[in-house]
Design a protein around this ligand. Structure first.
Ligand SMILES: Cc1cc2nc3c(=O)[nH]c(=O)nc-3n(C[C@H](O)[C@H](O)[C@H](O)COP(=O)(O)OP(=O)(O)OC[C@H]3O[C@@H](n4cnc5c(N)ncnc54)[C@H](O)[C@@H]3O)c2cc1C
Length: 404
């Protein structure tokens, strides 16, 4: 029986573990190691920050789902990976493996910009559940005495979507409360232009976003870097100073420290078309932990986003490659990954599709409207239900692609 260790219990880790067991059954002994004992549907964190979702709405415990499928669960942080000895270490255990799947997500590098982040800095963040809950408390305090809002992405960011969603949601919420006229709003980003998203834009995303920000009276400062954030003020590299009552900035991502030695200088792990490590052939890596080269060098450094949709596809491909190794069936075809994303704009949702993710693309789509909001809510409910019941084999897109 092959021993497969899966590091991480998020989008990639949970998908990989369930798929391994579904396809290999008694041929594999699967162990998940995760420092969190819950799965969190991270795409809903902006809604948590705005008070539309609670932690209970978007999380569920991992142990019962894994236990039902005879997948072992170690609820501890991995403290070391010895690729030569083929072992993962935690504070109390060591887990030897024949195959390792890494899906450890991002390390949030707040220290890259002085004053960035909620713990040791002066800006909110919505990239973990704790941060989103804290941002929600900050939002309540802000509403008692509103003032300027600044939202954006600092240099080196790769996950650009959440600040867009958060800015649009705040704009709509303030209008509903009829206090928008008291709140100057700024959107500051390292992207060369808004709508770039780290993927070189998508169709006419630049024009659409320019129009949307102008319509909503949100002032955009693109192609810029943040020098530092001090209480109540963001200082940009070009010397400009923007005051704020509420600020939220996306942090740069890096690979998490425990696997960084297997990756590039940023700790992201280079893989082949089957998500297999370039050197250690029994190690696979999926999701945010994977190294993807940007489509172009931007004047201010930016990275490529790795979305949940992409992560699930990567995990399924990696599992099929492991199944091929173990059973001798043909390996999966190395096809580029497509992406579908539903971006909340407060009063409507933008549906983005691209194949492949980076240009030049065979297909791309951008549609927006209120009906896609129902699709986004439906997708959230579907994905949480599917994973809570361990049904990783069901379609990744809830069948929505066929409706378009
Ligand atoms: C605010 C926000 C909004 C988003 N919106 C969207 C969206 O609309 N659509 C979309 O497709 N994607 C979206 N994403 C991206 C999506 O959530 C990620 O692509 C996805 O979570 C990546 O999956 P992953 O498995 O790589 O990492 P994660 O889901 O982050 O999981 C990482 C796992 O690794 C574990 N881990 C980390 N270090 C260790 C360690 N040392 N030992 C043990 N365990 C460890 C963690 O506990 C966690 O279980 C959003 C992300 C955020 C933050």
């Amino acid at each position: 029986m092959a021993r497969v260790v899966v590091l991480g219990g998020g989008f990639g880790g949970l998908t990989a573990a369930l798929e391994l067991k579904r396809l290999l059954r008694k041929k594999a002994e699967v162990t998940v190691i995760s420092e969190d004992d819950k799965f969190a549907f991270l795409p809903s964190l902006p809604w948590v920050a705005m008070g539309g979702r609670s932690a209970a709405d978007i999380t569920f415990p991992l142990r019962p789902i894994l236990g039902k499928r005879r997948i072992a669960f170690i609820h501890e942080a991995a403290t070391g990976v010895d690729a030569d000895a083929a072992k993962v270490f935690t504070a109390t255990k060591e887990a030897p493996y024949d195959y390792l799947v890494i899906s450890t997500g991002p390390y949030l590098a707040f220290e890259d910009v002085p004053g960035l982040g909620p713990d040791r800095g002066h800006s909110e963040s919505i990239f973990t559940l704790d941060q989103a809950e804290r941002a929600n408390r900050a939002w309540s305090v802000f509403l008692e005495n509103p003032g300027p809002v600044i939202i954006g992405s600092v240099q080196g960011v790769s996950c650009f979507g959440p600040p867009y969603e958060y800015a649009f949601e705040i704009d709509v919420a303030l209008r509903k409360k009829r206090v928008r006229h008291k709140v100057p709003m700024f959107f500051v980003t390292s992207e060369p232009y808004i709508g770039h998203f780290g993927i070189g834009g998508l169709r006419d995303s630049k024009l659409l976003m320019e129009h949307e920000f102008a319509k909503r009276d949100i002032k955009v400062v693109a192609n810029t870097a943040v020098e530092e954030i001090v209480p109540g003020e963001v200082r940009l590299k070009d010397g400009a100073k923007v005051p704020f009552k509420l600020s939220m900035f996306a942090p740069p991502f890096r690979g998490v420290p425990v696997v960084a030695h297997l990756g590039n200088p940023k700790g992201f792990i280079p893989v082949d078309g089957n998500y297999r490590h370039m050197k250690h052939k029994n190690i696979f890596c999926v999701g945010v932990a994977v190294a993807i080269a940007p489509p172009e060098q931007t004047p201010v450094p930016t990275g490529v986003p790795k979305t949940g949709y992409m992560t699930v596809k990567m995990a399924k491909l990696a599992v099929r490659a492991i199944v091929s190794d173990i059973t001798g069936v043909a390996p999966p075809e190395e096809i580029p990954i497509d992406v579908m994303c539903l971006m909340d704009m407060g009063d409507k949702v933008a549906l983005m599709k691209a194949y492949p993710v980076l240009p030049p693309r065979q297909e791309s789509e951008w549609k927006q409207g209120i009906r896609y909001r129902w699709m986004k809510i439906g997708f959230e409910k579907y994905f949480i239900w599917k994973m809570r019941h361990g049904l990783s084999g069901l379609p990744d897109d809830a069948g929505f692609s066929r409706l378009l």
